[in-house]
Design a protein around this ligand. Sequence first.
Ligand code: ZN
Length: 309
Amino acid sequence: MIKHIRGLHHVTSMASDARANNAFFTHVLGLRRVKKTVNFDQPDVYHLYYGDELGSPGSVMTYFPFPNMDKGAAGVGEVSVTTFGVPDGALPFWKERLLALNISGLSEAIGFGVNRLEFDGPDGERLALVEDAADLRAPWADGGVHADVAIRGFHSASMRVRDEGATGELLQFMGYQAEEQEGAISRFRMQDGDVATIIDVETLPGMPMARSGAGSVHHIAFAVENRAAQLEVRKQLLDTGYQVTPVIDRDYFWAIYFRTPAGILFEIATNEPGFDRDEERAHLGETLKLPAQHAHLRAQLEAHLQVLE
Ligand code: ZN
């Protein structure tokens, strides 16, 4: 079994409009935009990162906004809901706020004994807030949402599969333990992880495969402390038969990727070096940062990319 995975690192999704995406995550949810950069493989597309003050691992929702991209269709073989943690008693505030801001798809439920508020993101992606009294992380306090109720970071992610078997085995190999079952959903938890240690797996044998598009999660990333731990995880995955990419420098972390048996793209990302490696902490996310290989494109990218605010 792999011993180095600490919980979620980031979740990366696709969007159809950078400006609407930015407004939603910063103004509606009150997260901090911790980085404004571009897609490594397609530098005319933004890569926007939203999280807590420093973009701590386990807090960072990231987006590739492809202008006018068609919306995806929900199905199996994808991450279906990304869930953030808020303090105990914060959900009434959020319900009122999301209603006042005309956010669609609002629904309340109790899942695994905890109050849960689900809603749509700007491209119809399902997002949720759950109350978690045990979550002691400090929120981004300057995002327009009072610190008493502000988002702490990820609580969990849910994925849909036709057959739980191989996904459950993989999660357990990664250090998660099967914990509880509620209807078609199995909850897996990393007992000694850092933060965002829950993955819910929903089994839907009759559901078609998801069609990827705006609002779809592109990949989900799990945290490891450093590059040495990442290399050990890579070796263990390779030894178990997974096709894993070489280590890729993503400027703010190092990444490896592999696809799960259910078709979901998993990434293992390092907690080093972090989002303050090329910007002052007080000014994260304000100016366009470019990967070194795209630095020569700055003038044309600045002219081409949508103005966010
Ligand atoms: Zn990633």
